[in-house]
Design a binder for this molecule. Structure first.
Ligand SMILES: Cc1cc2nc3c(=O)[nH]c(=O)nc-3n(C[C@H](O)[C@H](O)[C@H](O)COP(=O)(O)OP(=O)(O)OC[C@H]3O[C@@H](n4cnc5c(N)ncnc54)[C@H](O)[C@@H]3O)c2cc1C
Ligand SMILES: NC(=O)c1ccc[n+]([C@@H]2O[C@H](COP(=O)([O-])OP(=O)(O)OC[C@H]3O[C@@H](n4cnc5c(N)ncnc54)[C@H](OP(=O)(O)O)[C@@H]3O)[C@@H](O)[C@H]2O)c1
Length: 490
């Protein structure tokens, strides 16, 4: 029998007294938390910053500490979003305003799960929000995946965007043909960066090393391979349009792949219909005079291959690197969202010198004390409340899985923030004051971990901007954490 059920059995007088007592308790609890709820967020990507923004905006006294493993903030906005999409990175201005709040602090250079446990954070704060994204890539799980020349799109993106762990990747771009596996927006990002004339990247924040390598690149053709059909591609219309219009590049689309598509899209939702219409026009319609003149001398090309599932990476005769990929020919079974690719038994070999696997990112467990669903790759949660762990929440890709653009992540993070505040109001979070960062700082100090602050980041930011100025770039990213720490006098 619960507490309230038990009350029913008591006399009216005793019951009234007890209820009043309980209410006083709740009020005290509520008011203690109302003084300064100490909340911490793990991860400073869009999910972390949007969750913090919501909490600060909707609670007048809440204090939010953001812990980040990198020395620099902003997650995939810095290390994922393509360098030729600077407008997408404007969200950094909003995040910076949040970080400047006197009720918010950034603590970079802290790996939660290694430098401090989630339990230690839970002891120090009234609530903890896990917003640590999806840092790994989904493996192909096919023979030959480990051969030199096979890279995850994640590592390739990290390399051109200056992610410290990928700065030494040095992809070999001496081959003629590259294959990108997967047909999502990341696949189009990496294909576009591989094919774009380097002069279009010169004024972006791409790293100098990546720009140098792309200037020397011999890659002329990029195949973007999907296991399902055109109707199931995961990329979106803006990104497809950019590919179609990519300077110095022509599309290779086989009209046969699109037979019957016109009829099948009649009932499709509008965004999908428009995307398919653009694909159809590019594949089937004869280009106008100007477009034909643009395409004719184009030295580079990209193409879409459908109904092909990666089966085996083919080695060069000396076995030292990739020479191609064997694709299982597939057919579709099922309808709508449930349409599956089923192997027909036929195979096709596609020669190439570089394979970029772009079949999705993957979240990992952060700490043994936090439940994790390895199949779905998410922390099990109900609207952001971690299942069976009161006071623990999650937002962003680790909450929903590694899909969705920044605005999707924003909406989802606001929901988590709202749920947390509801729980706070309902007295469901621990009562009494919590030490917050003071306790964690002492713990980290005793372990030789020295966090960096947001003003430290602003010093690094100024250094990057100044290094980029000579070349007309918005910034030249710092790649080496040791150098960053030296610049901060550590
Ligand atoms: C290559 C790529 C390009 C994209 N381009 C676009 C685009 O152009 N437009 C768009 O709208 N969306 C784009 N997206 C999607 C967008 O980036 C995501 O929706 C969003 O970044 C997800 O936010 P998040 O905070 O959950 O994860 P993340 O952005 O990954 O942030 C997670 C943060 O947690 C930190 N972290 C991880 N582990 C720990 C730990 N143990 N301790 C402390 N900190 C930790 C990470 O360092 C990171 O800073 C792109 C995604 C990718 C992969
Ligand atoms: N410009 C932008 O706005 C931008 C840029 C980059 C990323 N993003 C967003 O970031 C999110 C992640 O993008 P993403 O491209 O990594 O993921 P995604 O959109 O989920 O695409 C993954 C692709 O990989 C395929 N795939 C998955 N498993 C496979 C397997 N075992 N074998 C073969 N193919 C497989 C999928 O095919 P199936 O459909 O058959 O599973 C799909 O084509 C997306 O929401 C994306 O829109 C946005």
């Amino acid at each position: 029998m619960g507490a309230w059920g038990g009350l029913r059995a008591l006399s009216i007088g005793v019951r009234a007294e007890l209820v009043a007592g309980l209410e006083r308790g709740f009020r005290q609890q509520f008011s203690t938390q109302e003084q300064t709820p100490q909340i911490c967020v793990v991860g400073s990507g869009p999910a972390g910053f949007y969750t913090a923004q919501h909490l600060l905006k909707h609670h007048p006294r809440a204090h939010v500490d953001i812990y980040e493993k990198q020395l620099v903030p902003f997650g995939l906005v810095r290390f994922g979003v393509a360098p030729d999409h600077p407008e997408v990175k404007n969200v950094i201005n909003t995040f910076t305003r949040t970080a400047h709040s006197d009720r918010c602090a950034f603590h970079g250079n802290v790996v939660v799960g290694r430098d401090v446990t989630v339990q230690e954070l839970r002891d120090a704060y009234h609530a903890v929000v896990l917003s640590y994204g999806a840092e790994d890539h989904r493996g192909l799980e096919i023979p030959g995946e480990e051969l030199p020349g096979v890279l995850s799109a994640r590592a390739f993106v990290g390399w051109y965007n200056g992610l410290p762990e990928n700065r030494k990747l040095a992809p070999d771009l001496s081959c003629d043909t590259a294959v990108v596996l997967g047909q999502g927006n990341v696949a189009l990002d990496v294909a576009r960066i591989l094919l774009m004339p380097p002069e279009y990247l010169e004024k972006t924040d791409i790293t100098e090393a990546a720009l140098g390598a792309l200037r020397q690149s011999q890659v002329k053709t990029v195949w973007i391979v999907g296991r399902r059909g055109p109707l199931q591609v995961a990329f979106t219309i803006k990104e497809l349009r950019e590919m179609i219009q990519l300077p110095g590049t022509r599309p290779i689309l086989d009209p046969v792949d699109f037979l019957g598509l016109q009829d099948r899209i009649k009932e499709a939702p509008r965004p999908r219909k428009r995307l398919m219409e653009l694909l159809l026009r590019a594949a089937v319609e004869k280009p106008g005079v100007a477009e034909a003149a643009r395409r004719a001398p184009a030295p580079r090309a990209w193409g879409l291959r459908f109904l092909r599932s990666p089966q085996r990476v083919l080695p060069s005769p000396d076995g030292r690197r990739v020479a191609g990929i064997r694709l299982a020919v597939t057919r579709l079974e099922g309808v709508g969202e449930a349409t599956r690719a089923v192997p027909t038994g036929d195979v096709e070999d596609l020669p190439c010198g570089l394979v970029l696997s772009s079949i999705g990112y993957k979240s990992c467990p952060i700490d043994p004390s936090v439940p994790f669903d390895p199949k779905l790759g998410v922390i099990p949660n109900m609207e952001g409340r971690v299942v069976d762990v009161p006071g623990l929440y999650c937002s962003g890709w680790v909450k929903r899985g590694p899909t969705g653009v920044i605005t999707t992540t924003m909406t989802d993070s606001f929901v988590t923030g709202q749920i947390l505040l509801q729980d706070l109001k309902a007295g469901l979070l621990p009562s009494g004051p919590r030490p917050g960062y003071a306790a964690i700082k002492a713990l980290l100090g005793s372990r030789g971990v020295w966090p960096v602050s947001f003003s430290d980041w602003e010093k690094l930011d100024a250094e990057e901007v100044s290094r980029g100025q000579g070349a007309g770039k918005p910034r030249e990213k710092l790649l080496d954490p040791q150098e960053m720490l030296r610049l901060l006098g550590r």
